[in-house]
Design a binder for this molecule. Structure first.
Ligand code: ADP
Ligand code: MG
Length: 364
């Protein structure tokens, strides 16, 4: 059974008077030993505030934060022994890479002979064993972030916190570094709390994802469950791409909702929320779950819906199809690019999906 390393209990944080609102409204969260937990959410949703409270740079207004069973709320940052990596590299420019990584050991009074061995180990962990003599300015952005990570891990903290550490890198390097961090985490088994607003990054890296919105966790689950079974319309819209079709609930039976879409079509969807007949709702369906056929729906029969192809865009590994659905609806479908001519815009088509892949949420 996994053990909780960190526990937030009833934590709230207001930067000013409580009447001005909470940056973190209510936080009950456990970080398990050895896991990589990502805080994912839009800008301003409270991710950095949460991380800063754990690091000790901000104080909770209410609640407790436990690290290895101890209440750390009143401990200053340097007594918590937590490693932190920020978006800006914050390496000391006048020091060599090895001196940068040695710095936390020096501050902690580790004897000099021990330092060299531990620095070498930390640099090897991020695959920079031959870079100790360089200056930060002589390295790429990705390498500098690996130095920052080595520096955050060198004193073997119980947990390393990373706040948008790849935010300053270009797309290709960012993706490469995601795999690198994932690999470092898996090799060393160090517990990590990772902040990002990038859902792809969160899906790539995480053991579990906490999706933040407005100072609250809206869902906490492994990547696959977040993607396949979003708990609410916010998560369905924020993580991955989704078609969003508004409508009205006709009936609910077991876990299935019958919905009259505003575009005039009736569909069946998995009830992913508490739904009442007559209430407004939102049906979501992933583009890769939408099957498109180049024949009319009447020819295709049962479950097929009439559509007209509006646009087909070649995107390298897949083709993106935009279709007009029913009367005024729109749906996007993705299909693998291989072979075959693209259908002509304006051509009659039909779309279909398995009922279990469509989710119905109460309208916000
Ligand atoms: P995120 O990291 O998810 O973008 P933050 O935790 O930085 O979100 O911010 C959450 C909310 O708290 C935002 O409304 C932000 O404006 C506010 N906030 C963050 N830091 C401060 C601060 N030092 N003083 C006042 N308000 C702050
Ligand atoms: Mg932030």
């Amino acid at each position: 059974m996994a053990e909780a390393l960190v526990r937030f209990e009833g934590v709230r944080k207001a930067y000013g008077p409580a009447a001005g609102g909470y940056a973190v409204k209510q936080l009950d969260l456990e970080v398990m030993r050895g896991e990589l937990l990502t805080l994912l959410g839009p800008s301003g949703s409270g991710k950095t505030t949460t991380l800063m409270m754990l690091a000790g740079f901000e104080q909770p207004s209410e609640g407790k934060i436990m690290l290895e069973g101890r209440d750390i709320a009143r401990l200053p940052p340097h007594k918590r022994g937590i490693g932190v990596v920020f978006q800006s590299y914050a390496l000391f420019p006048h020091m060599s890479v090895a001196e940068n990584v040695a710095f936390p050991l020096e501050v902690r009074g580790v004897p000099k002979p021990d330092r060299a061995a531990r620095v070498a180990r930390a640099l090897a962990a991020v695959r920079l064993e031959n870079f100790g003599d360089r200056r930060p300015a002589q390295m790429s952005g990705g390498q500098q972030q690996r130095v920052a990570l080595a520096r955050a891990m060198v004193f073997e903290p119980p947990i390393v916190l990373l706040d948008e550490p790849l935010g300053a890198l270009d797309k290709a390097l960012r993706e490469e570094m995601q795999f690198e961090i994932r690999d470092i985490h898996q090799r060393l088994g160090v517990t990590m709390m990772y902040v990002t607003h990038d859902q792809q990054e969160a899906l790539t890296l995480s053991d579990r994802i906490a999706v933040f919105e407005g100072g609250l966790i809206r869902q906490l689950a492994p990547p696959r469950a977040i993607y396949d079974s979003p708990a609410n319309a916010f998560v369905a819209g924020f993580v991955g791409e989704n078609n969003r079709l508004p409508g009205k609930v006709l009936a609910v039976e077991d876990n299935e909702a019958r919905v009259a879409l505003d575009c005039g079509l009736d569909v069946t969807a998995r009830a992913a929320d508490t739904l009442a007949p007559g209430a407004r709702c939102l049906v979501t369906i992933r583009p890769e779950r939408v099957a498109v056929a180049a024949v009319s729906a009447t020819e295709l029969g049962e479950g097929a819906m009439p559509a007209v192809l509006r646009e087909a865009i070649f995107q390298g590994d897949h083709v993106r199809l935009k279709l007009a659905l029913g009367d005024g609806g729109e749906v996007v479908a993705k299909r693998p690019a291989g072979g075959g001519a693209l259908p002509e815009p304006g051509s009659v088509a039909s779309v279909a999906w398995e009922a279990g892949h469509a989710l119905a949420f109460a309208a916000a």
